[in-house]
Design a protein around this ligand. Structure first.
Ligand SMILES: [Mg+2]
Length: 266
C-alpha cells in the first residue's frame, strides 16, 4: 500500500494514458515491435540485438515514427524518414512504423483485448460519480483499442496520435499531449490527476502542470517513474477502489482502538 494516495473522487478530472494503464496493450505493442525490429536488425546486421529494454528506453510512450527513429539512432543507424503513407515494405522510418502497426492490428483483431480489472473498476467508479474522464495516448490505434476493450463510452475525450498529428502536438515527454487533454476535457491540470505507466508520459503530465501524476509501475520501475515526474507510484489502479476506508480503518486501529480489537477486524 503506497503512502498518501490522492483521492480521485476529489479531482476535477482524470486523464488516463491507454496502453499499459487501461489495457495491457503494451504487451501487444511489445510483441509487434519485436517481430519487426528482430527482422530489421538481423537483415541489416545491427548490433546489439533488439531487446525489451530498448522498448522501454526508446519506444514506449512515444509517437510511432519517433520511436523508430529514436531506437535506430541509439545504434547509429540513419535511414530516410519517408512519408506517413509509405507501404509497410518501405525501408524508411515511416515504412517500419507502418509495418509494426500492421502487425499490431492483426494481433488486436485476432486476439482482442480486455482492460486491466483494477483499471476498469476505477473507471466505472469515477464515471458513476460523474468525474470527467479522458484518454491521452500517443497511439494512433487508441479508438480501436478502446472499442475492442469495450470502454470507449466512459471517456468524454480522447487525445491520441491521430489528434496529435492533426494539431501538431509534440510527442510525450513534451507537455503538449496532456495540456491538450486538459483543455479538451475542460479541467484545470492543477486540480486534476494524470495516470501514466511510461516515463515519457509522466514527464509530459508533470510538464503540463498536473497536481497529481500517478505512475503505474507495469515494469518501468518506481524510481524511474518518480524521477520522470510521478508524484505517487502504484502497482495497479485497484489500490484506489477504497483507499479512504482502508486508511481510516488503519489509523483508527492505530490511534484509538484498544489492542484487543486487532483480532476482531479480519
Ligand atoms: Mg503507456
Amino acid at each position: 500500500m503506497p503512502e498518501a494516495l490522492p483521492d480521485p473522487l476529489r479531482a476535477e478530472g482524470v486523464l488516463f494514458d491507454l496502453d499499459g494503464v487501461l489495457t495491457p496493450t503494451a504487451e501487444v505493442h511489445m510483441r509487434a515491435w519485436k517481430v519487426v525490429f528482430d527482422d530489421v536488425f538481423e537483415r541489416w546486421g545491427i548490433t546489439p540485438p533488439y531487446s525489451d529494454a530498448d522498448y522501454f528506453d526508446y519506444v514506449d510512450g512515444k509517437k510511432r515514427y519517433d520511436g523508430v527513429a529514436s531506437l535506430l539512432r541509439s545504434r547509429n543507424v540513419e535511414i530516410p524518414w519517408g512519408a506517413v503513407d509509405d507501404p509497410p515494405e518501405a525501408e524508411t522510418i515511416c515504412g517500419i512504423g507502418n509495418r509494426k502497426n500492421a502487425a499490431f492490428a492483426e494481433s488486436l483483431r485476432g486476439e482482442g483485448i480486455a482492460p486491466f480489472p483494477g483499471s476498469l473498476a476505477l473507471v466505472e467508479k469515477l464515471s458513476a460519480a460523474g468525474i470527467p474522464l479522458g484518454v491521452v495516448s500517443s497511439s494512433k490505434n487508441a479508438e480501436e483499442v478502446l472499442a475492442a476493450a469495450g470502454i470507449r463510452s466512459f471517456f468524454r475525450i480522447v487525445v491520441d496520435g491521430v489528434v496529435a498529428e492533426r494539431e501538431n502536438l509534440a510527442s510525450k515527454p513534451a507537455a503538449d499531449m496532456f495540456s491538450a487533454g486538459a483543455v479538451a476535457l475542460g479541467v484545470d491540470p492543477a486540480r486534476s490527476i494524470a495516470v501514466e505507466d511510461a516515463t515519457s508520459g509522466a514527464a509530459s503530465a508533470a510538464a503540463a502542470g498536473f497536481a497529481t501524476v500517478v505512475g503505474v509501475d507495469r515494469g518501468t520501475g518506481a524510481d524511474a517513474l518518480r524521477a520522470a515526474g510521478a508524484t505517487v507510484v502504484v502497482d495497479d489502479l485497484d489500490v484506489f477502489l477504497d483507499p479512504a476506508a482502508d486508511e481510516s480503518a488503519r489509523s483508527d486501529s492505530a490511534a484509538q482502538a484498544p489492542r484487543s480489537d486487532n483480532e476482531e477486524t479480519a
